[in-house]
Design a protein around this ligand. Structure first.
Ligand code: AMP
Length: 282
């Protein structure tokens, strides 16, 4: 496994792999790898000759400096996981390498960035879209892998690739959950055992929404109220948003027809957690 920390070296490497007709799969991460990240890496291994994983905690996408400071950094452990999964290249640039001078160029995907997390994390998706653009230019992948857990992020990246004509295929893979349904997240490291126990209500709330849709209850207001009741059973959970959205445009739906994204964000203790489920009429 090769570890690359310099942009120029990574670009040269990717260029030469492309010239040798190797297909490159890319998995961008912020580290503290778990089974969610691992599922993306495994898929990339299956579909490509070379898999590149990046580990970079992107300051541009943190609206909360405390969150940035506290974000888990466990590089040794991450490298062991990458090694075990036979990752070919780990790209680990420093902050100074990625942003040697103040960044004056930004990528902003309009509309899709406005709702959901965009309402609460100012500048977050601009930070994500900008770093992903940089990382695509550095790693030159044929395919890039993202998790459905960050549904809005995945939609934004797909649109960015379409609008800016990147020659990269975006693959969005299912959310990996623990046995209680809790979507795995690097931010679980902030939770106490008790808080983690309560966090499973997030999945219960989403499932409540699904069960109502399955019973043909399509009024979003009712669905949101019922999901809210599930979360409000636990005072440790502070709701940021609970929404029923159009999965393509990420706008609020008053009434569901054939498909809907049920999405939520909450704070529990020090952690901000998000989750979602995409419902489709069968
Ligand atoms: P992060 O390190 O949190 O920036 O996430 C890196 C990638 O892993 C993103 O594409 C996430 O959507 C994805 N990811 C994070 N958690 C999960 C999960 N539980 N299941 C599937 N993918 C995930």
């Amino acid at each position: 496994m090769e570890i690359i920390t310099k942009i120029k070296e990574m670009q040269k490497k990717s260029q030469s792999l492309r010239e040798k007709k190797k297909e490159i799969g890319f998995v961008p991460t912020m580290g503290a790898l778990h089974k969610g990240h691992m599922s993306l890496i495994e898929k990339s291994k299956k579909e490509n000759n070379i898999t590149i994983v990046s580990i970079f905690i992107n300051p541009l996408q943190f609206d909360d400096q405390e969150d940035l400071k506290d974000y888990p950094r466990v590089l040794e452990k991450d490298l062991k996981i990458c090694e075990k999964l036979s990752v070919d290249i780990v790209f680990i640039p420093s902050k100074e390498e990625m942003y040697p001078k103040p960044q004056l160029t930004f990528v902003r995907v309009e509309r899709l960035s406005d709702n959901l997390c965009g309402l609460f994390r100012k500048g977050h998706f601009q930070g994500v879209a900008t770093v992903v653009t940089k990382l695509f230019n550095i790693t030159k992948p044929h395919r890039a892998y993202f998790g459905a857990k960050d549904f809005q992020q995945a939609q934004i990246i797909k649109k960015l690739v379409e609008d800016l004509n990147f020659e990269v295929e975006i693959l969005v893979l299912p959310t990996i959950r623990d046995k209680d349904g809790l979507a795995l997240s690097s931010r679980h490291k902030y939770l106490t055992a008790k808080e983690k126990e309560k966090a499973k209500l997030l999945y219960h709330a989403l499932m409540k929404g699904v069960s109502l849709l399955e019973k043909d209850i399509k009024d979003s207001k009712i669905i949101i109220e019922e999901m809210e009741k599930v979360l409000k059973k636990e005072p440790l959970i502070k709701i940021e948003y609970l929404k029923v959205c159009d999965p393509n445009f990420l706008t609020d739906l008053k009434e569901v027809s054939n498909t809907a994204l049920l999405a939520l964000a909450v704070k529990i203790g020090k952690a901000r957690l998000i989750d979602n489920i995409l419902w489709r009429n069968r």
